[in-house]
Design a protein around this ligand. Structure first.
Ligand SMILES: NC(=O)c1ccc[n+]([C@@H]2O[C@H](COP(=O)([O-])OP(=O)(O)OC[C@H]3O[C@@H](n4cnc5c(N)ncnc54)[C@H](OP(=O)(O)O)[C@@H]3O)[C@@H](O)[C@H]2O)c1
Length: 177
C-alpha cells in the first residue's frame, strides 16, 4: 500500500503552535487524543511518527521515545545520540525510504513548525488532524495557513479544559477524497 502522511497539530486561532520550544497550553484531552490517534493500530500493528529535532528535545526524557510507535527524528546532524530503536534521518525523503523497509501502518508528522511546513507540500500528505484552540496565545512557532487544497472533512463538538475551548478538526486533501 502506498504511504500516506498525516499531520497531527494543535494550533490556536492565529495558527500559533509553540513558544520557547514548548506548548503554550496544557490540555490533557488533546494529549489523550494525540496518544490514541498516533498509537492505535489494528491487529498488533504499529504506526510511525516523524518529529523534528527541536520538538523531540522538547519531549520530557521519560516520555521519549513515544511508546508503541516507530520514532523517527529528523536532523541534519545524524551524529546525535538517540535511544535504541529510534531512527535518525537527515531528510523527510530518507525517513520515508527507511520506512519502506519497516512493517508499519500509519505515518504521522508530529511537528514542529519546520517539519509541518515541509510535510504540507509533500505529495503523499493527505490528512491534517488539527486541534483548533479557540484563543490566541503568545507563540513563536506557527503552522502554515491551510490552503484550499484541503477540505474540512470532520469537526467535533467544542470542549473546554483549563478554561480553554478547543475542537478537533480533520482536513483531507481534495485530490485524495
Ligand atoms: N502545537 C503542536 O501541535 C506542536 C507540535 C509539535 C511541536 N510544536 C512546537 O513547535 C516548536 C518547534 O518547532 P521548530 O520549527 O522550532 O522545530 P522542529 O520543526 O521541531 O525541529 C526543527 C529541526 O528539525 C530538523 N529539520 C527540519 N527540517 C529538516 C529536514 N528537512 N531534514 C532534516 N532535518 C530537518 C533540524 O534539526 P537540526 O538543527 O538538528 O539539523 C531543525 O533545526 C516548539 O515550540 C514545539 O513545542 C507544537
Amino acid at each position: 500500500m502506498e504511504e500516506k502522511l498525516e499531520i497531527v497539530v494543535a494550533a490556536d486561532l492565529d495558527n500559533g503552535i509553540g513558544k520557547d520550544n514548548g506548548l503554550p497550553w496544557r490540555i490533557p484531552g488533546d494529549m489523550k487524543f494525540f496518544q490514541s490517534l498516533t498509537s492505535n493500530a489494528t491487529e498488533g500493528g504499529i504506526n510511525a511518527i516523524i518529529v523534528g529535532r527541536k520538538t523531540w528535545e522538547s519531549i520530557p526524557e521519560k516520555r521519549r521515545p513515544l511508546k508503541n510507535r516507530i520514532n523517527i527524528i529528523l536532523t541534519k546532524n545524524t551524529a546525535i545520540t538517540a535511544p535504541e530503536g529510534v531512527l535518525v534521518c537527515n531528510s523527510l525523503e530518507s525517513a520515508l525510504e527507511a520506512l519502506q523497509g519497516i512493517e508499519h501502518q500509519r505515518c504521522f508528522i508530529i511537528g514542529g513548525a519546520q517539519i509541518y511546513k515541509e510535510a504540507l507540500q509533500h505529495p503523499l500528505m493527505t490528512t491534517i488532524h488539527l486541534t483548533r484552540i479557540m484563543q490566541e496565545f503568545d507563540c513563536d512557532a506557527h503552522f502554515p495557513p491551510i490552503d484550499d487544497r484541503f477540505a474540512l472533512a470532520a469537526v467535533s463538538d467544542t470542549m473546554e479544559e483549563n478554561e480553554i475551548e478547543y475542537r478537533f478538526q480533520r482536513y483531507e486533501k481534495k485530490s485524495a477524497l
